[in-house]
Design a protein around this ligand. Structure first.
Ligand code: SF4
Ligand code: SF4
Length: 438
């Protein structure tokens, strides 16, 4: 069964795209299915749970055949209780349980979810397996079920197509589809668009004509270029650092609301900001930037004067990685969340208002089942963490839907398949362009 997961190219459908066959090659006591979808506005997991509850439960059972966990927990948010009820209809075993989490951000961060469900803390710079837990996103589990039970590779995924469009919707989208095609499908307005690939908090801003759906693309938010959230997210690191130096008053709000600090990690962004402000060159405190999850609470919610500890942390992390440095502090014997943790968690409605996205909050994207067939696909060979897949097709080759086009190369790699019939018309170092047979 694990070979089927490997062969199907299943990677994490959220986050960094970790190859599933590696995760499931380990053994753990608890298996958590992350269905919290804590990023505001996205309705991808919700759609999947309401329409494919049986398949999700089959996927969870299939995982137990691969790695014999004791108990599986499906973490959903309070606002999605109806999804929990839909799933429960198909739970006929005592080793699968639905757990309802508060409507807060970032309840879908895997370390936060583990804390909420199991009352355990992943050690600093550690992974869930360190405390006997494996976590998969709910779409990953759905795709695992498809791979194991129907030999179907991971070549399409569910995507919320939302924001300033006429018909916000959730679709199953062929991997490799362009954002421009999806903007047309969702109803373009006469404005200057950019897109956020992912949720409003952690997603990256991309030009519409450059965006391509990958296995990790859970949502696309189309917004006007001038939207305050876009302006915040596209600040240059130079201006972020100079603002930090000039204006951080060290009020500590960023630390008090930091999602990692609130599970007991020594992540205290105000200290890093202070060190930056004092232009210290190598204070030991910089090492703590490695603990930042980039949840963006400090930048988009906490800081009263709009500074960005997250961007500073990312800059430090990149520099440390380049120098081959890691977080090397001795692990604590015990991690204790601050007593005020619950009161500091961010309610999603309030957060959405702060992001300037309230007008989209009550809009429910429609699930449309009609098959999408764009005329062109650009399929990346590096959609996962680790080494890119190696192309196994050439220009001019006719391709069948679900055919392998990129073969994993190395341990942390994953296979890549074409979602549709077509013909290879060009290739680059990390991509294959396919003209779809319509
Ligand atoms: S919240 Fe803003 S001003 Fe306060 S310490 Fe953090 S970065 Fe500085
Ligand atoms: S982005 Fe900010 S709030 Fe989130 S973990 Fe990093 S420092 Fe903490």
């Amino acid at each position: 069964m694990l070979d089927k997961v490997k062969s199907a190219g299943i990677t994490g459908a959220g986050g960094a795209g970790f190859p599933a066959h590696i995760k499931l090659g380990a053994k753990a006591q608890s298996y958590i299915i992350n269905a919290a979808e804590c990023e505001p506005l996205l309705a991808t997991d919700r759609t999947l749970m309401l329409n494919f509850s049986k398949e999700i439960i089959e996927g969870i059972k299939a995982v137990r055949e691969i790695t014999p966990y004791e108990k599986a927990y499906i973490g959903i948010k309070e606002k999605n209780r109806d999804c929990g009820e839909a799933l429960k209809k198909f739970i006929d075993v005592d080793f699968i349980e639905v757990r309802v989490l508060r409507n807060v951000y970032p309840s879908g961060d895997e370390q936060v979810m583990i804390y909420e469900i199991l009352d355990k803390v992943v050690p600093e710079a550690g992974i869930p397996l360190d405390i006997d837990v494996i976590v998969n996103n709910v779409e990953t589990v759905y795709r695992i079920g498809k791979a194991v039970l129907q030999d179907e590779p991971f070549s399409k995924r569910f995507v919320s197509i939302i924001g300033e469009v006429n018909n916000p919707q959730v679709r199953e989208v062929p991997v490799g589809t362009s954002f421009s095609y999806l903007l047309d499908i969702a109803g373009k307005k006469d404005i200057d668009y950019v897109a956020i690939d992912g949720g409003p908090m952690m997603g990256k801003v991309v030009e519409v004509n450059e965006g391509i759906v990958r296995k990790t693309t859970s949502g696309i938010i189309f917004l006007e270029r001038d939207h305050p959230l876009i302006r915040r997210k596209t600040q240059t690191i130079k201006s972020v650092v100079s603002q930090a130096r000039a204006s951080c008053c060290n009020c500590m709000t960023c630390t008090e609301l930091c999602s990692r600090y609130l599970i007991g990690h020594r992540m205290e962004p105000h200290k890093i900001m202070r060190a930056i402000g004092m232009e210290l060159t190598q204070p030991h405190v910089y090492e703590h930037a490695m603990l930042c999850s980039e949840c963006n609470i400090c930048e988009l919610y906490a800081c009263p004067i709009g500074l960005s500890p997250r961007a500073v942390n990312v800059k430090i992390k990149n520099e440390m990685r380049k120098e081959g440095k890691r977080f090397e502090k001795e692990r604590l014997k015990e991690y204790k969340a601050p007593v005020f943790r619950k009161g500091r968690q961010l309610n999603t409605t309030r957060l959405t208002a702060r992001l300037g996205l309230s007008k989209y909050y009550s809009v429910k994207p429609e699930y449309i089942t009609e098959e999408l067939k764009p005329d062109m696909l650009r399929i990346y060979l590096n959609q996962h963490i680790g080494a890119p897949a190696k192309a196994v097709v050439d220009i001019g080759n006719e391709i069948k839907a679900n055919q392998l086009i990129g073969k994993l190369s190395g341990d942390f790699s994953a296979n890549v398949h074409s979602p549709l019939d077509g013909k290879v018309i060009s290739k680059g170092e990390n991509y294959i362009d396919i003209e779809v047979r319509l």
